[in-house]
Design a protein around this ligand. Structure first.
Ligand SMILES: [Zn+2]
Length: 70
């Protein structure tokens, strides 16, 4: 079953001055790929700090870590 409302996460690159929204499952790979291909592996691009807290909630919620409804 797939959903059409996968959360997307903004990745900000201060060097490129770009913001790219990618689906949550692809965030880590997208950040790594950008830094590898554009910045020689330097960790410049990152998830928008403003959503990191929300992201943690989303991930925790998605994985059922916050609570365990029976
Ligand atoms: Zn960049």
């Amino acid at each position: 079953m797939t959903s059409d409302d996968d959360p997307t996460v903004p990745i900000i690159c201060s060097a490129c001055e770009t913001t790219t929204r990618v689906p949550l499952p692809e965030v880590a790979e997208a950040v790594e790929r950008h830094n590898e291909s554009v910045h020689d592996g330097e960790s410049i691009a990152e998830v928008d700090p403003a959503v990191v807290d929300r992201l943690a909630d989303l991930v925790a919620d998605d994985m059922g870590l916050l609570d365990d409804p029976e």
